[in-house]
Design a protein around this ligand. Structure first.
Ligand SMILES: Nc1nc2c(c(=O)[nH]1)N[C@H]1C(S)=C(S)[C@@H](COP(=O)(O)O)O[C@H]1N2
Ligand SMILES: [Mo]
Length: 355
């Protein structure tokens, strides 16, 4: 296996991240960052709709109300005293790979780096809801962030609801720590929701209020954004589970490699269950070869895959990778276009020059 020389990617960098937008802050990871099972805090992608709120931890409260028997207010010390759980979670932004869609929909022009994996520790949301006594008529749980800003619907807080069953899943957390350290402001500190398996918009940062609802939430970020809108303008479905996807981490895009065996690797994930297969198209594209699934296997985290590829001619090669999950979902060759550019999971191509 030879070393690979990568071509530097364009775009300004900070902490190994690529800046997508300065204000509000949006940064994406580089393909090499997929090598680490757990993304270091400084390298995690950041997606924010509004400015990061400045919060006083001593005064911080999470209000829990709505369709509950006993509305409560929890300080950070109260949350820390409740039972804690740790879960490894891969989070992908629903707009990741929007730039693979044509015509380009509005929204942040993500390449493929709006995804990361972190270890989250916190209180299961179910524990908090049990404290407040969830009423029988509660069908959704709404989480509101402390951030707000101007939208086509006027001054709006970032707020999202979850179906009660997903909110009560033991792995849905009100997280206080990421990678073993208190959650930093950019990542939703001091308290954020973590919703495993769902695209990132569900994992509300800077949670200030939780409300049990007896009717569906119809806020801006629930019904006007994070919905699949068809070409004719019809809203087909809300955006929920992450679609199955495989990505290359090595070689780097546009790399030149020496003739001989090349270790090709990457990551694959799905919100609909375990990844059961990753295939790589080599030799001009018609043959799909199965890659090995390796490394840690965690229910809600991406899986490493690798393959030793032996090119048989010098020149330009186009590799493609494709994942299948345990529910039988396979990536499409071409991503499904939708007006707001969500859920793009078309098969990734990688150009590699062999000399
Ligand atoms: N309060 C609040 N929570 C939020 C958002 C936001 O703008 N405000 N963005 C969401 C989106 S779209 C994504 S993809 C994830 C990104 O989480 P990260 O910045 O920790 O990577 O946060 C979600 N939670
Ligand atoms: Mo997102």
């Amino acid at each position: 296996v030879r070393f690979v020389t990568g071509r530097a990617r364009s775009g300004s960098r900070s902490n190994g991240l690529v800046l997508v937008r300065e204000a509000p802050r949006n940064t994406e990871i580089r393909p090499e960052a997929l090598d680490a099972f757990i993304t270091p805090v400084a390298s995690r992608f950041v997606r924010t709709n509004f400015a990061i709120p400045k919060l006083d931890h001593r005064r911080y409260r999470v209000e829990v109300g709505g369709a509950v028997e006993r509305p409560i207010e929890l300080r950070l010390v109260d949350l820390r005293r409740l039972p804690q759980r740790t879960v490894v979670v891969t989070t992908e932004c629903a707009g990741n790979q929007r730039t693979s869609l044509s015509p380009l929909p509005p929204g942040e022009p993500w390449l493929s780096g709006a995804v990361s994996t972190s270890t989250f520790t916190g209180v299961p949301l179910a524990v908090v809801l049990e404290r407040a006594g969830l009423r029988k008529d509660a069908i959704e749980i709404l989480a509101e962030g402390a951030d707000s800003g101007n939208t086509p619907a006027g001054e709006t807080r970032f707020a999202r609801s979850l179906p009660a069953a997903k909110a009560l899943d033991t792995d849905t957390l009100l997280a206080l720590e990421m990678n073993g350290r208190p959650l930093a402001p950019a990542h939703g500190g001091p308290v954020r929701l973590v919703v495993p398996g769902w695209y990132g918009m569900a994992s509300v940062k800077w949670v200030s209020r939780i409300s049990a609802l007896s009717a569906p939430f119809a806020g801006y970020f629930q019904t006007e954004r994070y919905v699949f809108v068809e070409e004719n303008g019809r809203v087909a479905q809300p955006v929920r589970e992450m679609r199955v996807k495989a990505m290359f981490s090595s070689p780097a895009p546009g790399a030149t490699v020496e003739m001989g065996p090349v270790l090709v690797s990457g990551r694959a994930w799905s919100g609909a269950g375990r990844v059961v297969k990753v295939e790589v198209a080599v030799g001009g594209g018609s043959t799909w070869v199965e890659a090995r699934l390796t490394g840690p296997e965690e229910k809600h985290a991406w899986r490493r895959w690798e393959l030793t590829w032996v090119p048989v001619w010098r020149g330009r090669h186009v590799l493609r990778c494709r994942a299948t999950d345990e529910s039988g979902n396979v990536q499409p060759d071409v991503p499904r276009w939708n007006a707001l550019g969500y859920g793009a999971n078309g098969v990734q191509s990688l150009v590699v020059d062999v000399r």
